[in-house]
Ligand binder design. Structure first.
Ligand code: CA
Length: 754
């Protein structure tokens, strides 16, 4: 008996050991949802979806077409919809919504909106639930391309589900026999001509009544089972008090493909819980690949909420056909192709942190993605820069090359470097038909003068800096692959940042065609030669050559003082060419860290630059302060737009103790981790551990370090150190070690490093 008990308890213990801890419980999908047009705390919505999903789902408080689809401050929900939205500033596409309506049938989106309280809401990656004050309960559990919905209606009241066709042309067809609504929607500002998102909704209960309606006049056609037109929707009615489960799916390819996907992703499910459990398991496995120990409960919640958002974009845009082959409708040429496609991402936001994090966690996907970038270029003639799902050309720079080079530098293959360089060369020597980041605004002047002049191009100095960095990426990819032709070409341009540095003012400035600086300089003025920032913010956009920037500034001491002064400057805003406060300005004022505008991308790497100038302890202290002060797991959790995982990845990397200042190289700069131990599990199962002994809110400084048992004084580690597995041990202290990390070889990569 004793032996049997022993065996049982050993088995029990090993089963417990095999089971991964529940890290999904830390994720709050409401993080950052308390946002508005005027002020962004993330500009997120409660994304209910799988990692890099094709289709995600969200409750909708805003009117159809409003980018702020869910505001935490609202108290009414008007529908639950499929979503693909990157950002409220770009808007959604392919949206349709479902709304449970109890009692009288009400279709009007304002009138059907139901009151709810956040205490009756559950917001998790794999499960969303809300009980309205009227007693109707809605639950959603997603798969990659579909979802299981469950509507529970109160007893004694008629039970309706209203399908809203959102904006623009849509169509519905109701089949009472199979309890199915099929149709399509076409909405989206950046979708190709002829774009259709074909949906299919299959209910598990028979309809008592059904019909169509349209959301302009809100006229209802009971008994009419098909319709097509602007804002066309449908309604179905069930027995009072019904609990109705619906499988919801869509396809960009065809209605038939939607059926294939429905079978593939939900065919085995009869209950919502099955999708919920599978979703939990997928997310939990992914979150367990970065295990943190130490820190506070709130810091763990912030970390895993951010890790969740770091794993949503880019969206997969491919589907699996009946034979299981990946196929996709291309947002770039509106044709059907075999293979993988990814979209919904503004690389200006994400090249800095989201992709360098993804290269650690998902190298296989990243290899497919890099090939997809080149396929997209073949399909539309241009590399993607800001796609949603087709190219918008938004923001600036040609940062696809940063992604391609960064992947290559980290050993990720599956694409042709020569094709990448050829595509980039075309990008850098032409201007495309869409926005400023489609080809190059000001490319001719950039080549003739070595800078983009102002006012020839809005954002000219920001463009010069980012073009020079992109040219470095192309140079480095050419160098790594022995392509001397492109190496020679781009080597000529990667120092062009020098041409917009005013050595009197010691700041990057707008420069005219005649070589003179623009007049009326005010370092607090936003816009003009800068994009969404000012001279203080863009001074640091020399990712490829921080040592060169230090030299221009007058050496280490002057450079450290310069970074210090960003924090000691007043948080003054001159709205400049914007003419009014934009939310990024308000966020900088609110953060109250001088001119440190962490709410937007340009300055987000600056704190790490102390480590290039002999003051790594200043990086360590400031990075901890900013993580602590500006991030949390709540509805005000971000200091500005989250931006497709960009801001979340900044936090995830920084909280692990590393950051990628120069994507396109194999280095990550060391900071100061939030946690006493971080274990990163690679795709191949190898583990890299970052241990920070004695870490606490006070002990933020690295006294000493070792890598795999050897003393380690560099302020950087290589990608291969992480991907090969190993252990980085940090001894933390309340006092800075002013001797560590000062030698030239301790400084991270710079083109001008001696
Ligand atoms: Ca931003």
């Amino acid at each position: 008996m004793r032996n049997v008990l022993l065996v049982v308890s050993v088995l029990y213990a090993s089963a417990l050991h095999a089971q991964q801890p529940d890290l999904v419980r830390y994720v709050n999908t409401l993080q950052g949802t308390n946002s508005s047009y005027e002020l962004s705390a993330g500009n997120t919505y409660p994304t209910t979806g799988m990692p890099f999903n094709v289709n995600a789902w969200s409750p909708q408080t805003g009117k159809n077409g409003d980018g702020w689809k869910y505001k935490y401050s609202e108290n009414k929900i008007r529908g639950f919809g499929e979503t693909h939205q990157c950002s409220p500033w770009v808007g959604d596409y392919g949206v349709f919504t479902l709304m449970p309506v109890a009692g009288e049938l009400v279709v009007d989106q304002d009138k059907r909106a139901a009151v709810f309280n956040h205490k009756n809401e559950t917001a998790k990656p794999h499960y969303y639930q809300v009980r309205f004050d009227n007693g109707v309960n809605t639950e959603i559990a997603p798969t990659e391309r579909a979802a299981m919905f469950r509507f529970s209606f109160p007893k004694g009241k008629n039970a309706h589900v209203v399908l809203d066709g959102y904006t623009k042309l849509s169509a519905v067809s109701i089949d009472e026999g199979t309890r199915t609504i099929t149709g399509y929607v076409t909405n989206g500002a950046f979708v190709p001509k002829g774009f259709r998102n074909y949906f299919r909704i299959v209910f598990d209960k028979p309809f008592r009544r059904a019909g169509t309606w349209e959301n302009k006049q809100n006229s209802v056609q009971a008994g009419q089972l098909t319709a097509e037109g602007e804002g066309i929707g449908a309604f179905v009615e069930f027995a009072p008090g019904s609990v109705v489960t619906a499988k919801v799916v869509s396809s960009y390819i065809s209605s038939g493909q939607a059926l294939v996907t429905l079978e593939r992703e939900t065919g085995q499910y009869t209950r919502l819980e099955q999708a919920k459990d599978a979703g939990f398991s997928t997310w939990n496995k992914l979150l367990n690949r970065v295990k943190v120990e130490g820190g506070t409960e709130e810091e763990r919640a912030t970390f895993y909420s951010c890790l969740f958002r770091a794993n949503l974009f880019s969206h997969q845009f491919f589907e699996y056909d009946a034979a299981g082959k990946p196929v996709y409708y291309s947002p770039y040429d509106a044709k059907l192709h075999e293979g993988y496609m990814f979209t919904d991402n503004g690389f200006w936001d994400t090249f800095r942190s989201q992709f360098p994090l993804t290269n650690i966690l998902h190298p296989t996907m990243q290899g497919r993605y890099m090939q997809a970038l080149l396929d997209a270029q073949q399909q539309c003639g241009w590399l993607p820069a800001w796609s949603a799902p087709s190219e918008t050309g938004g923001m600036l720079g040609n940062h696809a090359i940063s992604l391609l080079t960064d992947a290559w530098a980290k050993g990720i293959r599956g694409f042709s470097a020569d094709s990448a360089l050829k595509a980039y060369y075309h990008e850098a020597t032409n201007k495309g038909p869409w926005g400023g980041a489609n080809g190059r605004a000001g490319w001719k002047e950039y080549y003739q003068l070595g800078y983009v002049p102002y006012p020839v191009s809005e954002g000219s100095t920001a463009q010069t800096l980012e073009y020079a960095y992109d040219d470095f990426c192309a140079y480095n990819l050419a160098k790594m692959t022995g392509n001397t032709f492109y190496e020679t070409i781009f080597a000529r341009h990667m120092y062009n940042y020098r041409n917009v540095f005013d050595s009197d003012r010691k700041l990057m400035r707008g420069r005219q065609v005649d070589g003179e600086w623009t007049t009326g300089f005010d370092p607090f003025a936003w816009g003009g030669p800068y994009t969404e920032g000012n001279a203080w913010h863009y001074n640091w956009s020399v990712f490829q050559d921080i040592q060169g920037l230090i030299d221009l500034t007058g050496g280490d001491e002057a450079f450290v003082t310069k970074i210090d002064s960003v924090f000691s400057q007043p948080n003054t805003v001159n709205v400049g060419s914007y003419g009014q406060m934009i939310h990024e300005m308000t966020e900088m004022v609110n953060a109250n860290l001088g001119q440190y505008a962490h709410g937007n991308q340009p300055i987000q790497h600056m704190i790490y630059l102390y480590s290039y100038a002999g003051a790594p302890w200043k990086t360590q202290a400031r990075i901890r302060e900013v993580m602590d002060k500006l991030y949390n797991s709540g509805v005000n959790g971000y200091p500005g737009d989250e931006d497709q995982g960009g801001m979340s990845s900044w936090y995830v990397l920084s909280a692990m103790g590393i950051y990628s200042v120069t994507p396109g190289t194999d280095e990550y700069v060391l900071g100061s981790p939030v946690f006493s131990k971080v274990t990163i599990e690679m795709e191949n199962g190898k583990k890299f551990v970052i241990e920070a002994n004695g870490n606490s809110k006070k002990n933020v400084y690295i006294r000493s370090a070792s890598l795999n048992g050897q003393q380690y004084d560099h302020n950087w580690i290589r990608y291969s150190d992480i991907s090969d597995g190993g252990i980085l041990k940090l001894e933390m202290s309340a006092e800075p070690n002013r001797e560590r990390g000062l030698r030239n070889e301790d400084k991270p990569f710079s083109l001008s490093k001696k």
